[in-house]
Design a protein around this ligand. Structure first.
Ligand code: HEM
Length: 441
């Protein structure tokens, strides 16, 4: 049994719970900067929430990949020293990051606002994970399914792009503002692309296993999706560097690539839905539902991204809450839903009774999470439109615009609390599964 993958999956849930609790506090400060802000300043809550959210995605994806790789190559879930050391360093660095946040020590750059020295153990841990991963896949010859290609790409590119995101520590990069911003945002865009490879690869793995259709992981459409994702990873920075003087075609090309990737993902998921039999669906009903939810969220985020890319609309939306809706819509709606599908898939293989006993609770909170997320997301979009309208069309001050935005931020805080509570219950259900005592997998 590979305990490390289970430790990682459980630890990812702790990170998610941390992100949710801090997110709720941040949402109320966001709504009322005066009252709540004096107790819990937003500038401290935001980085804790964002860092915990990002590490939730990375840790849950990593744990899943280790588990699935062992399963795919039937490796009896052996633990090597490499993977144990990688896990130890990962755990240690994240705990140190959280401690440094709690003791008021920040630093670093957007999304990674912890003391930059902690980037070293993170990189080291990921490098050990990468060696473990490639040792397994290189030892096992033969044609590789698309999800192994995706995971390999995600593993390598996270290493490269995370190094890139830390280049600002070299004076040559940070001494020139344009160079600094360009490299920073290029790296952040590509990091998202690399974790998407890990998460989308997981979705492909689950579709192949749940639908019992291994051919789907070898067909041309899946590989076309993979190459599109890879291109997106390399070029999607174009639409993150809007504030540097660059040719507009760079941004346009990357927008088109990102959107084509989503259109194809919807098409592949619909194909999976149309082919799967009722019996197979029933056997894995919980992961199946989470995968379907992610498909709906890909669709909604695609509409938002198309609207945001229209220049006449972009003047209003740029730098407003719509950017936050775009970021959270994708990280919660797409990444988190796929990762929940993965966790429920693995945990019910390990503890066969657990999904049966908790089926009702899971169903209720699955729906409440998705409905709350819809209102949460819509409230952010409406807040963004309102802010843009008052500031750009009516040339009002920031303060006046924010007075009109407040009701939407109130809805955001309330629906965010319901969303957080629902995800919290789902996380607790997963944490209570007896994954270590069973020998089913
Ligand atoms: C799985 C759960 C979640 C994930 C993965 C997540 C992820 C993120 C990310 C990536 C950002 C940065 C957005 C940006 O830079 O534009 C963010 C910001 C934020 N999130 Fe979340 N989030 C989650 C849940 C929540 C919940 C439940 C709440 C509130 C109840 C919340 C409140 C906030 C707030 C207030 C911000 C700051 C927005 C700003 O600075 O403009 N989040 N979140």
């Amino acid at each position: 049994m590979n305990r490390v993958s289970f430790y990682l999956l459980r630890f990812s849930l702790i990170l998610l719970i941390t992100a949710l609790c801090v997110g709720v506090a941040a949402a109320f400060v966001f709504f009322d900067t005066g009252f709540f802000n004096q107790f819990l300043p937003f500038y401290k809550l935001r980085p804790i929430h964002v860092t915990a959210s990002i590490f939730w995605i990375l840790t849950a994806a990593q744990g899943g990949v280790i588990y699935y790789l062992n399963d795919y190559y039937k490796l009896e879930h052996k633990q090597t020293l490499l993977i144990k050391a990688s896990y130890f360093l990962w755990l240690l660095s994240i705990i140190l990051i959280l401690i440094s946040f709690l003791s008021g020590k920040f630093g670093g750059r957007e999304y990674w606002e912890f003391p930059p020295i902690l980037a070293i153990p993170i990189l080291l841990s990921w490098a050990l994970f990468a060696i473990h991963f490639f040792k397994i896949i290189l030892k096992n010859k033969g044609k590789k399914p698309v999800y192994i290609w995706m995971w390999s790409t995600g593993v390598v590119f996270f290493l490269l792009t995370y190094i890139e995101a830390n280049l600002w520590q070299i004076p040559w990069f940070r001494e020139n503002v344009i160079r600094d911003i360009t490299v920073q945002w290029k790296a952040n865009g590509a990091i998202v692309g690399s974790w998407n490879q890990l998460v989308y690869g997981t979705a492909f793995y689950l579709m192949a296993k749940i639908g019992e259709d291994e051919n789907s992981a070898f067909n041309k459409k899946s590989f076309f999706f993979y190459f599109l994702g890879l291109t997106n990873l390399i070029f999607n920075w174009g639409h993150h560097t809007y504030n540097v003087p660059a040719a507009t075609w760079v941004r346009d090309v990357s927008y088109v690539i990102s959107m084509t990737e989503w259109i194809l993902l919807i098409n592949i998921m619909q194909n999976f839905k149309s082919k799967i039999s009722e019996a197979k669906k029933f056997l894995n009903i919980i992961p199946y539902r989470f995968l379907l939810a992610s498909e709906a969220w890909v669709f909604l985020n695609l509409i938002l991204a198309i609207l945001m890319s229209i220049p006449a609309i972009n003047i209003y939306t740029h730098g407003t809450h719509i950017t936050v809706a775009h970021a959270m819509g994708a990280t919660i709606g797409i990444n988190t839903m796929i990762l929940f599908a993965s966790l429920f898939f693995i945990f019910s293989k390990r503890d066969s009774n657990f999904s049966l006993i908790n089926n009702k609770t899971i169903t209720i909170f699955f729906w409440s999470a998705n409905i709350a997320l819809l209102f949460f997301w819509a409230a952010l979009i409406l807040a963004g439109i309102t802010k843009g309208y008052y500031m750009v069309s009516l040339s009002q001050t920031f303060e006046t615009a924010m007075q009109h935005v407040k009701p939407y931020l109130f809805i955001f805080s309330i629906t965010g609390t319901i969303l957080a509570f629902s995800l919290l219950v789902l996380s607790i259900v997963l944490l209570r599964a007896k994954i270590f005592s069973n020998n089913k997998a």
